[in-house]
Design a protein around this ligand. Structure first.
Ligand SMILES: C[S@@+](CC[C@H](N)C(=O)[O-])C[C@H]1O[C@@H](n2cnc3c(N)ncnc32)[C@H](O)[C@@H]1O
Length: 324
């Protein structure tokens, strides 16, 4: 039985949000059938992690979401008969509840919600050393998460990772949404189509009418929140520099991974992500607008030579960092 954080009073909307993201990673929610992009990106991460893992290793999955990376890691670890302690960490109740649901029956799997509220209701991220209660990890993995961490927070996160790893410990991550010198001209970033949807719908007539019914302060807050769902990409050098500054050595890898149009639609329609089209109404109005805009976005990406009529090519970078 898994231990740690348990979802409490999770509403219907949150359950369907978690379910939808899980289904964006796994066809029909079947963990034996990962979507090609998820299988390929996680496979490389797991291959890089496995040589660092042995019986009894304490492994942290930073930004576990619905469990997609943990599930792929556990498949390989179990196939090899290795026993690990796995700590999953995430701030998003809706997605993390799904991870808990999927991995509930596993022994040696522990859940930690990484966000907390103070007495005034202000939320903040918990520090990794307090989450781990002073234990030091042998390996921290982070799959498809680091690009969501604001650039200004990366230095502090790097030092938290350094403080929470054993001597010789390793941090391994991947991301499809960081700029790098390696990106071939015929590939896009993972979130390019979804940023394009946001731009296409920015001036959508119904959206503009709804926004005009809000006061200017509300509009500013609303639009700022939507812009943060798929933030603009920054360079992977930000991450390499921050990790280097706290004593990590760095090895990098990269690859291009096809993202099919069907997978892109499933991804864009995950409720939490489809909020980029708010205040279009949840349901048909929002979903149809997203489908229309996604079609245009994918056609443009294909015209720019970064995809075909059936997929776009996403460029993924991987980092392996050891504490000297
Ligand atoms: C795309 S999901 C990846 C989930 C999982 N690792 C996988 O590979 O399927 C990214 C996760 O990062 C979390 N996240 C977003 N912003 C974050 C932040 N600033 N710090 C830590 N985690 C964050 C989200 O809640 C989300 O679950």
């Amino acid at each position: 039985m898994a231990t740690g954080w348990q979802p409490d009073n999770v509403g219907e909307n949150e359950i369907s949000d978690g379910e939808a993201y899980h289904r964006a990673l796994y066809i029909d929610g079947d963990i034996e059938r990962p979507a090609d992009w998820h299988r390929d990106s996680a496979e490389r991460l797991v291959q890089l992690a496995i040589p660092q893992i042995k019986n009894g290793s304490l492994v942290v999955d930073y930004g576990s979401g619905t469990g997609g990376s943990a599930i792929e890691l556990l498949k390989e670890v179990e196939y090899r008969g290795i026993e690990i302690d796995l700590v999953l960490i995430d701030p998003l109740v809706s997605w993390f509840s799904k991870a808990r649901d999927l991995l509930n029956s596993r022994p040696n799997v522990h859940f930690e919600l990484s966000i907390e509220e103070d007495d005034s209701g202000k939320s903040s991220f918990r520090r990794l050393d307090s989450i781990l209660g002073g234990r030091k990890a042998d390996i921290i993995i982070s799959s498809s998460t680091i690009h969501l961490i604001p650039e200004r927070a990366i230095r502090d996160l790097a030092s938290q990772f350094a403080d929470s790893l054993q001597e010789g410990g390793v941090f391994i991550w991947n991301s499809g949404d960081l700029e790098s010198e390696f990106r071939p001209a015929n590939s896009a970033l993972l979130h390019d189509p979804y940023r394009a949807i946001r731009e296409i719908l920015r001036d959508d007539e119904i959206r503009v009418t709804r926004l005009s019914e809000m006061n200017s302060e509300e509009v500013l807050q609303h639009e700022g929140r939507l812009d943060r769902i798929f933030p603009g990409p920054y360079s992977m050098d930000v991450i390499l520099d921050a990790l280097g500054a706290v004593g990590f050595s760095s090895e990098t890898h990269h690859e291009v991974i096809g993202f099919s149009n069907e997978d892109a639609e499933r991804f864009a329609l995950v409720p939490r992500l489809s909020e980029i089209a708010a205040p279009l109404l949840i349901g048909g109005e929002r979903d149809e607008a997203i489908r229309r805009a996604l079609k245009i976005a994918l056609e443009e990406i294909a015209e720019r030579g970064m995809g075909s009529n059936s997929e776009y090519r996403s460029h993924w970078v991987y980092g392996v960092h050891r504490l000297a």
